[in-house]
Design a protein around this ligand. Structure first.
Ligand SMILES: [Zn+2]
Length: 99
């Protein structure tokens, strides 16, 4: 097990109940050691839903709304769309929501 990852508080995503304790930053090479800020957009690795952090330190998110997505530039929007497409094509990793 890799203990160098930054672990966040365990929390269930509001979309599908998938429990996470790490976050990745698309601008970093280290894809699972980010500490998110309030307002950061995220994508659920299980179901591909777009989420927004409401409490980064406690790993709490809500579903993204149109306004949140409009804050992204076109490159970021394309990247999120691509990630969403691949996640949804792959299907749910954990249909019961547990990681
Ligand atoms: Zn989800």
């Amino acid at each position: 097990m890799d203990d160098s990852k930054t672990r966040l508080e365990k929390s269930a995503n509001p979309c599908c109940g998938y429990v996470t304790d790490t976050a990745g930053d698309l601008n970093s090479d280290f894809l699972d050691d980010a500490v998110p800020n309030v307002g950061d957009l995220s994508i659920c690795f299980n179901c591909g839903s777009l989420l927004v952090y409401v409490d980064g330190a406690r790993n709490k998110t809500r579903s993204a709304k149109r306004d949140d997505i409009e804050r992204l530039n076109s490159k970021q929007r394309k990247l999120m769309g691509k990630a969403q497409k691949y996640i949804r094509r792959r299907g749910l990793l954990h249909p019961d929501g547990l990681s």
